[in-house]
Write a protein that binds this ligand. Structure first.
Ligand code: CP
Length: 363
């Protein structure tokens, strides 16, 4: 049995297979309309969502299955203090597969350790959003016909944008991807992506604050929203919120076959006047999201009958109950019963990472 917590959980071959199945579903929907008959998806959303929750629900319904769940923490027993581990055990008695979104980083991972059914991370704080990454990859593949040999520009909130971090991570595994990172200084890509993905994988990249300078070279422009909910300082959000606005005038600088993606929701970083430009893909991207989630549900349910891999945190490779995670957004900060476990990632430099949120710590 497998879960999807981080895009790294799947190999490139598995991602390519999911994309291929999603394209087959688009071409032959009737072939798949009863594949999940009798199966139930639980959508546990502790944080707001439109696309992710509803596309998961539409995906399961179009596969002939059914859906249960909740769309806000206040309508679940989390409001009475029930832990994620207990919630996961309870849901395993009612459903065959779970999609979970939670504001705390690592919550879906905790659920996967405790559930007896596959768990899909539908977004955990600023950490990961692997099904958005699968959506983005299917969109690029369908719109450009390839996933390699491209210059990809990421624009806006590169610091808090979990979709940006996950997509860069996924693209690092394809050939000849050049990155242009467009952001104000305050919202530059975090060091864990810069050093541990971009530089480690020797990806060619440059940073700029100017969208106009970057646009003419791009094959893909990935716009993002400045994420108000992740800012501790409201004044800083107000100062940065309109850093970039894509307009029809700016689109005149872009290549004729450049494709504009956005995970949505947008606030005002793309003028609605761009929507009719054939290069604007973001509403088609929403549709691709449903098809890739159909392919994902099929894959995880097919593998659900195989035994769950046992996870062993040995004292050789992990530090057990000695350190406390300092990330205030980590699930281990609020769930006091959780074991404090850090994976040693660089023994010679004395660096380890919290297994829930991947926050870095020295030991
Ligand atoms: N892209 C995305 O995750 O949208 P929602 O927050 O509406 O699910």
């Amino acid at each position: 049995m497998r879960s999807l917590i981080d895009i790294d959980n799947f190999s490139v071959e598995e991602i390519d297979e999911l994309i291929s199945v999603a394209k087959d579903i688009i071409a032959n929907p009737a072939k798949y309309s009863e594949k999940c008959k009798g199966k139930k998806l639980a959508t546990l959303f502790f944080e707001p969502s439109t696309r992710t929750r509803l596309s998961f629900e539409a995906a399961m319904l179009e596969l002939g299955g059914s859906v249960i769940g909740f769309s806000e923490a206040s309508s679940s027993s989390a409001a009475k203090g029930e832990s994620i581990a207990d919630t996961a055990k309870v849901i395993s008695a009612y459903a065959d597969i779970v999609a979970m979104r939670h504001p705390l980083e690592g919550a879906p991972y905790v659920a996967s350790l405790n559930a007896s059914i596959p768990v899909i991370n539908a977004g955990d704080g600023g950490h990961c959003h692997p099904t958005q990454t699968l959506t983005d990859l299917l969109t690029i593949s369908a719109e450009k016909g390839r996933l390699d040999n491209m210059t990809v520009g990421f624009c806006g909130d590169l610091k808090y944008g979990r979709t940006v971090h996950s997509l860069i991570n996924a693209l690092s595994r394809y050939k000849n991807i050049k990155l242009v990172l467009i952001s104000p200084d305050e919202l530059q890509i975090p060091s864990f992506v810069r050093y541990e993905t971009i530089e480690k994988c020797k990806m060619e990249y440059k940073e700029t604050a100017s969208l106009e300078d970057a646009l003419p070279k791009l094959d893909i422009l990935y716009m993002t929203r400045i994420q108000r909910e992740r800012f501790a300082d409201a004044d800083e959000y107000e100062r940065l919120k309109d850093s970039y606005v894509l307009t029809p005038e700016k689109m005149e600088l872009a290549k004729s076959d450049c494709k504009v993606l956005h995970p949505l929701p947008r606030v005002n970083e793309i003028s609605i006047k761009v929507d009719d430009d054939p290069r604007a893909c973001y509403f088609r991207q929403v549709r691709y999201g449903k098809y890739i989630r159909m392919a994902l549900i099929l894959k995880l349910l097919e593998e659900a009958s195989s035994p769950k891999a046992s996870v062993r945190f040995d004292g050789e490779n992990y530090i057990l109950d000695k350190l406390t995670c300092t990330n205030p957004r980590c699930i281990s900060q609020t769930e006091q019963e959780l074991a404090r476990i850090f994976k040693i990632t660089d023994r010679s430099a004395g660096i380890c990472r919290c297994i829930y949120c991947e926050g870095k710590q020295r030991f």
